[in-house]
Design a binder for this molecule. Structure first.
Ligand code: SF4
Length: 215
């Protein structure tokens, strides 16, 4: 029987071997831009988000600029990533709400979740990156890997998976581990046809035992 601690060490060692330099791929130069970039990245590739934010962030420099923006202009910049009408409204609405905090973004989960377009994954990633909160944002990659490795089950909510992973991984490495899991999910433990041959976590993997072992 393989121990829990051994499994944890094996996962951390493997992720570190493969994705030592993993980091957030979104471009930003201040907390507001990070919040907007994470919001825009839902169901959109980071590279595509970076292309539009390169234009957006160069044109609009301050939160006040977004409040005064012509929403149609923001829409046209966001068009390549889709849902531009909704997303441009979110940006202006967030800029308006931040007036309450003198255009700073508070480390306040309740407030962040009250912002248009901002859910728990965005809130966690933002707080982890800006405020060094020990949070594990659970996106589609992190969820899939957690289920395959048996760390969580289909019955768990995203909040439960988040809490399981925050207890499982050492808190000092939690954000780093999040970035590595994202790289792992994008490059190897993909949703369809994961490249299990290159994976050193097979012995822990329920997906591998069920779908790949007899290949
Ligand atoms: S063995 Fe395959 S499915 Fe399992 S964790 Fe590794 S890459 Fe993912």
């Amino acid at each position: 029987m393989i121990g829990y601690q051994t499994m944890k060490n094996d996962i951390l060692t493997f992720l570190d071997e493969k994705y030592h330099n993993a980091k957030c791929m979104l471009n930003y130069s201040n907390p507001f831009e990070l919040l907007i970039a994470i919001m825009l990245s839902a169901q959109t590739k980071d590279e595509s988000v970076n292309k539009v934010t390169n234009i957006l962030f160069n044109k609009y420099k301050t939160i006040e600029d977004y409040r005064n923006a012509n929403i149609k202009d923001i829409e046209s910049i966001l068009k390549p990533i889709g849902n531009q009408t909704k997303k441009s409204k979110y940006i202006v609405s967030i800029a308006n709400k931040l007036k309450e905090y003198n255009d700073t973004i508070p480390n306040n989960e309740e407030f962040l979740l009250s912002l248009d377009g901002i859910g728990i994954k965005t809130t966690n990633l933002f707080r982890a990156m800006i405020f060094n909160e020990k949070k594990m944002p659970v996106d589609t990659h992190v969820k899939r890997i957690s289920l395959r490795l048996g760390l969580a089950s289909e019955n768990n909510t995203l909040e439960e998976i988040e809490s399981i992973l925050e207890s499982f991984f050492p808190s000092e490495f939690i954000l780093d581990t999040h970035h590595k899991l994202i790289y792992f999910g994008r490059n190897l433990c993909k949703s369809i046809n994961p490249n299990c041959n290159e994976c050193k976590l097979k012995k822990y993997c329920n997906y591998y035992k069920t779908n790949k072992k007899e290949d």
